[in-house]
Design a protein around this ligand. Structure first.
Ligand SMILES: CC(=O)N[C@H]1[C@@H](OP(=O)(O)OP(=O)(O)OC[C@H]2O[C@@H](n3ccc(=O)[nH]c3=O)[C@H](O)[C@@H]2O)O[C@H](CO)[C@@H](O)[C@@H]1O
Ligand SMILES: C=C(OP(=O)(O)O)C(=O)O
Length: 418
């Protein structure tokens, strides 16, 4: 199993080019199932989750042509299967995003239940309830969601009990081809939902209100082909900015979008960083030592849960005590025991991590438990005294393109080993 070996202590300096957003690219790839003609998607990050998505599409009979390292031409004209098997879904929860498109375009879908995963139970009841309200018949048997609809799905008024990103995306995709108007209230406002809506509108969908909590989708008979570039990854951007801050560095993230990172930039500034930005870049100049910050995760535009672990590392090294409260997922502090192995002084009280900053972390052998936990451990390794070995990095490869190459170019000493 591959690992990252990091020798800490180097300040990060220079420019890093941010990749396309994982959480926008995955729904966009799945949404190509709705189209009747070729779809060209560019700025797709080279990630394990993207490879899994392309394999899933291929399993369904939808092949793709590689146009370049980050561009694909998807051929959605024909479908030979409507089954998303456990073997693929278990490696990537976003596979659930084929449910809405398959049902809307082909009238049936059989998708493995994603099951519990490291950061929480993550049920998909809202996806299922919404599709039922749109006229689908759905049963859950033997670990599979079996869905079918006679004719077209019907537009409906859907009120989401909880804000769900992929729930909103699944229902929005299904509604594009439904008969009539669908209104989704309490919809997720995340930038990735907006990117998906913009992509679908490029193919001829009629989605209004993306980026607000009410979406209005006027169903159309079919979606044509088209070309689209995925938006930059705000979480990768935030991760590099935290790494720059804790190492005392000066890093500029290029090809990014500061407008999507308000809550994160506010906290980095509170931590003492000097932030300058342009339309598509953000520069962070680190303070002598970080000040602690208090964070509450919540749906967009509040502070993203996907940046919480990285800020635990920041607080672990700050001058004083700061806390991080996780309100989205019930089990998203698995980085804490690993950070403690490196000398962090963090107490867990329910859904809050209270971090008493220490001056120095020490290199150790640590283990990734999920994607962003992995990022927090890599950041800790960059600043720790001595050598840190981060194991089980298949988690990090799900969401960060060439992380060790990008960090090496910024001056880190980090190596991938078998
Ligand atoms: C591929 C992708 O985009 N992943 C992101 C997406 O995950 P994902 O879309 O899975 O997360 P959700 O927004 O759905 O989850 C939010 C909360 O709603 C609950 N819930 C969700 C659906 C449902 O049917 N019932 C239910 O109770 C979940 O358990 C969780 O407590 O949004 C999360 C929250 O910003 C991010 O951390 C993930 O990186
Ligand atoms: C939790 C994440 O991803 P996923 O929903 O794919 O597990 C993430 O991107 O941090």
């Amino acid at each position: 199993m591959q690992k990252l070996v990091i020798t800490g202590g180097n300040k990060l300096h220079g420019d890093v080019v941010i990749s396309g957003a994982k959480n926008a690219a995955l729904p966009i790839l799945m949404a190509s199932l709705l189209a009747t003609d070729d779809v060209e998607i560019s700025n797709v990050p080279a990630l394990q989750d993207v490879r899994t998505s392309l394999k899933l599409l291929a399993d369904l009979g939808v092949n793709s042509t590689v146009l370049g390292p980050n561009s694909y031409l998807i051929h959605p004209q024909q479908l030979t299967s409507h089954i998303a098997s456990y073997d693929l879904v278990k490696t990537m929860r976003a596979s659930i995003l084929v449910l809405g498109p398959l049902l809307a375009r082909h009238g049936k879908a059989q998708v493995s239940l994603p099951g519990g995963c490291a950061i929480g139970a993550r049920p998909v009841n809202l996806h299922i309830e919404g599709l039922r309200q749109m006229g689908a018949e759905i049963t859950v048997d033997n670990g599979y969601i079996n869905a079918h609809v006679e004719g077209r799905l019907q537009g409906a008024n859907l009120l989401m009990d909880t804000v769900s990103v992929t729930g909103t995306e699944n229902l929005m995709m299904a509604a594009t081809l439904a008969e009539g108007v669908t209104v989704i209230e309490n919809a997720a406002c995340e930038p990735e939902v907006v990117d998906l809506a913009n992509f679908l509108n490029t193919l001829g969908a009629d989605i209004r209100g993306a980026g607000t909590d009410t979406l209005e989708i006027h169903g159309v008979a079919q979606l044509h082909g088209g070309a689209y570039a995925v938006q930059p990854d705000r979480i990768e951007t935030g991760t590099f900015l935290v790494a720059a801050l804790v190492t005392g560095g000066d890093v500029t993230c290029k090809n990014t979008d500061p407008a999507m990172l308000d809550a994160v930039l506010k906290k980095l500034t509170e931590a003492g960083a000097t932030i300058t930005k342009g339309d598509d870049w953000i520069r962070l100049q680190a303070p002598e030592r970080a000040k602690p910050v208090n964070i509450i995760t919540a749906p967009h535009p509040a502070f993203p849960t996907d940046m919480q672990a990285q800020f635990c590392t920041l607080n672990a090294l700050a001058e004083g005590t700061g806390w991080v409260r996780e309100t989205i997922f019930e089990n998203r502090f698995m980085h804490v025991p690993e950070l403690q192995r490196m000398g962090a002084k963090i107490e867990l009280e329910g859904n809050t991590a209270i971090c008493h900053g220490v001056e120095q972390l020490n290199g150790a052998q640590v283990m990734c438990t999920d994607l962003r936990a992995s990022a927090s451990l890599v950041i800790a390794g960059l600043v720790a005294k001595g050598q840190t070995t981060v194991e089980r990095i298949y988690h990090i490869d799900r969401g960060y393109e060439s992380i060790e190459k990008k960090l090496t170019a910024l001056g880190a000493t980090i190596e991938r080993q078998n």
